[in-house]
Design a protein. Structure first.
Length: 115
């Protein structure tokens, strides 16, 4: 079992930046593919980014060039640096950890971008 706790969400103006953090516990962090998803009001949850243990990354097209995912395996933490935020980035952001066929979810952190 893996426990994921997100932090760093909040209210920011359009064009601003936020950095989300996700702290993991309960298993060997470096074994996991870590990621971020988000869910806006009235919309389905969608993929944002993932990062493998060795640093390979993958991004949704709508965040390329604006968001950066990174991880610190020594601190069991994954980050999402979000720049040039837009009102349409407003959502609850969820951290995920994938191992084999299991995906674990955090409780989510709210990001609100005002225009």
């Amino acid at each position: 079992q893996v426990q994921l706790v997100e932090s760093g969400g909040g209210l920011v103006q359009a064009g601003g930046s936020l950095r989300l953090s996700c702290s993991a516990s309960g298993h060997t962090f470096s074994n996991y593919l870590m990621g971020w998803f988000r869910q806006a009001p009235g919309k389905e949850r969608e993929f944002v980014a993932t990062i493998a243990w060795y640093g390979s990354t993958n991004y949704a097209d709508f965040v390329k060039g604006r968001f950066t995912i990174s991880r610190d395996n020594a601190k069991n933490t994954v980050y999402l640096q979000m720049n040039s935020l837009k009102p349409e980035d407003t959502a609850v952001y969820y951290c995920t950890a994938d191992l084999s066929d299991m995906r674990y979810w955090g409780q989510g952190t709210q990001v609100t971008v005002s225009s």
